[in-house]
Design a protein around this ligand. Structure first.
Ligand code: ZN
Length: 358
């Protein structure tokens, strides 16, 4: 039987599902990666300059020479697509990563796209490293705020990272480095990774790293550091009645700070209507069950996973093109991608001068 006859025999609702799928795939396939790349102004990956002259071709691709530092490069230098073989799969990859609400392993994505697992892992963090920085939370009139605690976890690290200094070491030794010693202690003693969750009423939210510690609440200094760039002016901020938060908000002008007792909430008591962090609690419940599927998320990549969870929450299919474009246009991606390890290391050693944000 021919395909059209087969479709004709389906029930109307089944046909509708099929047509929706076909429309989706053809919309995705219409995104022309090379056209998108060529619409983005080039920036030298070496010196950041933006003027180039054509400089012959290599394997059929036009090469350009930076008119300032003379470095030769392709049009996609400094983008997520630079050095990406299998570029034609990038659009499908971005779609797959964001439209599936359930957790997805690298293996599942790799199988669907016909790429290898290591590539899937690499792409995942390239994409997230880029989209992370481009979608800031727009704080609404009322915002819930709370620290959330996740388990410190070291997962999937290879010998090289365990035993030698990862950066610049030419002579690997089998001696455990300081980082590895610290990680072992943190794993053994069940340290917690603490993030600040900002949550609009109902929909969007954001996580920012605070610190890793064994137990206890965070200090006022920590609060001040993580909220340094936050702007809650003219907003209502709702938190539990933790002393460090209260002290912090007492010093803030033009911010209305409402608090509740977490013990009340746990017992289901709502003293004042609307003064609660139920959205954070619900999001954390969903996050924990989503993360459980990954069988432990390495603290090194936690930042990316938290943003991934948020992006899945925000994503709709109409956005594929704009998301793909953003990953292509993001000229700082390579630096941030390389900095993942460095940020993690600073986080472990509580060196906060080098911030996660740029
Ligand atoms: Zn240059």
């Amino acid at each position: 039987m021919r395909i059209m006859d087969l479709i004709g025999n389906l029930k109307p609702y089944q046909q509708e599902i099929l047509y929706r799928l076909i429309n989706k795939f053809s919309a995705i396939n219409q995104i022309d990666i090379s056209k998108e790349v060529s619409s983005v102004p080039m920036q030298c990956r070496h010196c950041g300059h933006s003027e180039f002259v054509k400089n012959g071709t290599y394997k059929g691709r036009q090469r350009y020479k930076c008119s300032k530092c003379n470095t030769t490069q392709f049009a996609d230098a400094n983008t997520a697509l630079y050095n990406l073989k299998l570029k034609d799969k990038w659009v499908d990859f971005v779609t797959l990563m964001l439209e599936t609400k359930e957790h997805q392993s690298c293996r599942q994505i790799a199988e669907k796209l016909g790429i290898n697992i290591k590539t899937a892992h690499n792409w995942r963090h390239k994409m997230l490293t880029s989209l992370n920085e481009l979608h800031h939370l727009e704080v609404e009139a009322e915002i819930e705020l709370d620290e959330v605690y996740l388990r410190f976890c070291v997962k999937g690290r290879i010998g090289k990272e365990k035993y030698t200094e990862y950066y610049g070491s030419k002579h690997p030794s089998n001696k455990e480095n300081e980082l590895r010693k610290e990680e072992k202690k943190m794993e053994k003693e069940s340290y917690q990774v603490i993030y600040m969750c900002e949550h609009n009423r109902n929909n969007d939210f954001n996580f920012s790293p605070i610190k890793i510690q064994k137990k206890g609440v965070v200090s006022e200094d920590d609060i001040e550091r993580v909220l340094a760039s936050a702007d809650f002016k003219e907003k209502t901020v709702i938190t539990d009645s933790e002393p460090s938060l209260r002290t912090y908000f007492k010093k803030q002008d033009n911010v209305e700070h409402l608090t509740f007792k977490s013990s009340d909430i746990k017992q289901g008591i709502l003293k004042e209507k609307a003064v609660h962090n139920n959205n954070i609690n619900n999001t954390m419940m969903r996050l924990r069950s989503w993360m459980a599927g990954f069988n432990g998320v390495s603290t090194k990549y936690l930042n990316n996973y938290l943003k991934w969870f948020r992006l899945i929450n925000l994503f709709s299919l109409e956005q594929v093109k704009s998301f793909v474009k953003e990953t292509i246009m993001d000229k700082k991606l390579y630096k941030r991608f390389r900095d993942i390890f460095l940020n993690y290391k600073n986080f472990v050693f509580q060196q906060y001068n080098h911030n996660f944000k740029e």
